[in-house]
Design a protein. Structure first.
Length: 181
């Protein structure tokens, strides 16, 4: 039996970080237009510094599809062949749809964590208005986080390193003492 996400009303409240609120961030951070890849790399660096092992999951298999597409263009394959190959890869995935970008486990509790990484909004440095919206979790991503939270995992959406650390907050103190002590 496959579990399907139920429709979630936009005003649903969840017991974890899941909505972007520009007031939580320094304006200078939002002026930079930080891409999701940079947010993820910064979070991974911070977790590494704290001796937290985290695995990066490419649930959409996008990195490999991108490389395959680039190789096919370089080989100048006919578009029909390239599209047939890309369609064959469409259903290939390293993880189920909705699986979070970063996952791991904190010591000594063994508590799992799942963090979905999104790009923050970009603000116009002069006007202070939003130029591009923040990344928004999909229905499948929220469904996955809800299931993992119900099982006791630390979960949330992170638009910054600070968000990721806040998500891990409840388990981080014991982890630091264990891995350094």
């Amino acid at each position: 039996m496959r579990l399907e996400p139920s429709p979630s009303p936009a005003n649903t409240e969840r017991p974890y970080l899941w909505k972007f609120d520009p007031a939580r961030y320094k304006r200078a951070y939002l002026f930079g237009g930080v891409p999701e890849e940079r947010v993820q790399a910064d979070i991974r660096s911070a977790l590494s510094y704290l001796h937290v092992d985290a695995a990066v999951v490419d649930a959409g298999f996008s990195a490999i599809r991108g490389k395959v597409w680039g190789a096919m263009k370089k080989l100048r394959l006919p578009e029909s062949v390239a599209m047939a190959i890309m369609n064959a890869l469409k259903d290939v995935s390293a993880a189920p749809v909705g699986w979070s970008d970063l996952c791991g486990c904190l010591a000594p509790s063994g508590r799992a964590f799942y963090i979905e990484v999104k790009a923050p909004a970009k603000l116009d440095p002069v006007k202070g208005t939003i130029i591009s919206r923040a990344g928004v979790p999909t229905r499948e991503q929220l469904f996955f986080l809800e299931r993992m939270a119900a099982r006791g995992a630390l979960v949330g959406i992170a638009w910054s390193v600070e968000d990721a650390l806040a998500i891990l907050g409840p388990g981080l103190a014991g982890h630091k003492a264990t891995v350094r002590g």
